[in-house]
Design a protein around this ligand. Structure first.
Ligand SMILES: [Zn+2]
Length: 138
């Protein structure tokens, strides 16, 4: 498998703002599959199945053993706007950017006092150096 580069935080930020709500949700929560079609070849015990994402239209294709259900191969067919060429894999800080964009766009985030539930959250907000603005994150 070809090595994939990590997406730069600034690039994820730019891309996330350009994605429509469906694309953003699929990247954040994963695709939401519905079964489209399946075909079986009894001679070789092979089933080919196709699923489609409700939100973004991406297709998931599978070739599987018609007797055991074991998946031999799986691949995706994306719509023209889904993949950002050269963006790289969205991990770590990039996932944070994606989460923030999704939450601020999806919810009507209300202002108000919050009591941290966990010790980790309390420690993080009590230590200003732990709260690094995304633009300064490396
Ligand atoms: Zn999707």
């Amino acid at each position: 498998m070809a090595e994939q580069t990590r997406a730069a935080v600034e690039d994820v930020q730019k891309a996330a703002r350009a994605w429509d709500q469906d694309q953003l949700e699929c990247r954040m929560y994963g695709h939401s599959w519905r079964p489209m079609s399946a075909r079986r070849d009894h001679a070789v015990n092979l089933i080919k199945a196709v699923y489609e994402c409700y939100r973004c239209g991406t297709e998931r294709h599978q070739e599987l053993n018609g007797r055991t259900g074991h998946v031999y191969a799986q691949w995706y067919v994306y719509g023209p706007d889904y993949l950002m060429k050269g963006l790289g894999r969205i991990t770590g800080d990039g996932r944070d950017v994606l989460r923030l964009e999704t939450i601020t766009r999806t919810f009507n985030v209300k202002r108000g006092k919050l009591d941290p539930h966990s010790k980790a959250t309390k420690e993080a907000i009590d230590t200003p150096s732990n709260v690094t603005p995304i633009a300064q994150a490396s």
